[in-house]
Design a protein around this ligand. Structure first.
Ligand SMILES: *Cc1c(COP(=O)(O)O)cnc(C)c1O
Length: 393
């Protein structure tokens, strides 16, 4: 049966993904089981999506309860879960309003459209350029791949959209040199995820904010990967004193149901008036009910503190690996968005971990990335580190 599924998948599904062999069937907490009954400990979590773990009871309860009432109505009508989720996200952040879509790319599309519309409405139609960072990742739609600073993502899709340019991350002089009066927004991930788990230098985000203010540009934080508790705060920007004008969320927001959200300050959000933007499924009841359960859990007593504690434990174990192995050279990241920098390609180690029952992944060839459910336990971390200790030899 398993082999047949693989063959049919390879026969009928578009070839955009290179897949590992297991056919995944069931999950609970940090564990996954495949169709052969093999168990895996999941340090990928749908790539920072299933942050409360698989089959989290509060999420399952919220979505099954909502599914029995109302799956979907058009955004022509009000619903309770969408309203409650928007109010919660506003209460927990700098923002005043939320637009809901279905994915990270859609949230970033909305952010880019809002920034351009804001300056059109303000009588500055020539301000349309978006500056983002080298090695950034903002999505796969035409606008978001145009904003993505990775050649491999844009390759083959020329011409990309005009009005996007890039500067190196953590390089304020380069950003300063790129700023001009045609810049509508600077778009940045507070920690680069796909780019290799790259943290901002001290003062960098503050410097970006100051350059935006000095040149009258908006600041967009893409918190699609870093948001929803991943870094040990609800949003990564809360580690610094810097707030953006627009923030995008997706991945972990509904623990695995598809959702994206674009949050903005009132003065900016105003530019999205009636009819300016829309999404059929955006903020639909089942998905927003699940997301509300996620927000409630993450903001519950002691939860984020627990994430920071588990992060410190995990980091210490990764540092121990760096001390013991010449091929492991540095630990990076924050919270439970952690990377282990190797001197060699990480792909073979990812495969051997899979064979030993651990899901991890690798970005930028040589950086092992760990984004487990935020509920990962110390014994689960120990077990992974034990396998890495064997495999790094
Ligand atoms: C995953 C990701 C996206 C794209 O999200 P999709 O839901 O795949 O469209 C955008 N930005 C960042 C930082 C991401 O990690």
């Amino acid at each position: 049966m398993t082999q047949q599924i693989r063959e049919r998948a390879d026969r009928y599904i578009a070839r955009t993904y290179t897949r590992f062999p297991p056919v995944m069937e069931r999950g609970s907490g940090c564990r996954l089981w495949d169709t052969e009954g093999r168990q895996y400990t999941d340090f990928v979590a749908g790539i920072a999506v299933c942050s409360l773990g698989h089959a989290h009871p509060a999420v399952t309860a919220a979505l099954t309860e909502q599914a029995q009432r109302l799956l979907h109505v058009s955004n022509l009508y009000y619903t309770i879960p969408q309203t409650e989720l928007a109010q919660r996200l506003v209460a927990e952040s700098f923002a005043d309003r939320v637009f809901f879509g279905n994915s990270g790319a859609e949230a970033n599309e909305a952010a880019i459209k809002l920034a351009r519309k804001y300056f059109k409405d303000a009588g500055a139609p020539d301000r349309y350029r978006v500056i983002s960072m080298a090695q950034s990742f903002h999505g796969r739609t035409m606008a978001t791949l145009s904003a993505t600073g990775q050649e491999k993502v844009r390759k083959g899709f020329d011409p990309v959209l005009p009005g996007f340019s890039f500067v190196p991350f953590n390089d304020l002089p380069a950003l300063e040199a790129a700023m001009s009066d045609d810049v509508a927004a600077v778009m940045v991930e507070p920690v680069q995820g796909e780019g290799g788990v790259v943290c901002p230098d001290a003062g960098y985000l503050k410097g970006v904010r100051e350059l935006c203010d000095r040149h009258g540009a908006l600041l967009i934080f893409d918190e699609i990967q870093t948001g929803m508790g991943r870094t040990g705060r609800l949003f990564a920007y809360q580690h610094s004193a810097v707030t953006p004008d627009i923030m995008t969320l997706a991945k972990a927001l509904a623990n695995g149901l598809p959702i994206g959200a674009m949050l903005a300050r009132e003065s900016v959000a105003e530019a999205f008036g009636a009819g300016a933007h829309a999404s059929t499924f955006g903020g639909t009841p089942v998905v927003t009910a699940a997301a509300l359960a996620v927000v409630d859990t993450l903001t519950g007593e002691g939860f984020l503190e627990g994430v920071r504690r588990r992060s410190a434990y995990f980091r210490q174990k990764l540092d121990w690996l760096v001390d013991r192995h010449e091929t492991a050279v540095a630990v990076r990241g924050i919270g439970l968005l952690l990377g282990l920098e190797l001197t060699e390609a990480g792909g073979p180690i990812v495969l051997r971990c899979l064979e030993k029952g651990f899901l991890i992944n690798c970005v930028q060839d040589t950086i092992l990335r760990f984004v487990p459910p935020l509920i990962v336990s110390e014994p689960e971390i120990d077990a992974l580190v034990g396998v890495l200790d064997e495999e790094l030899d």
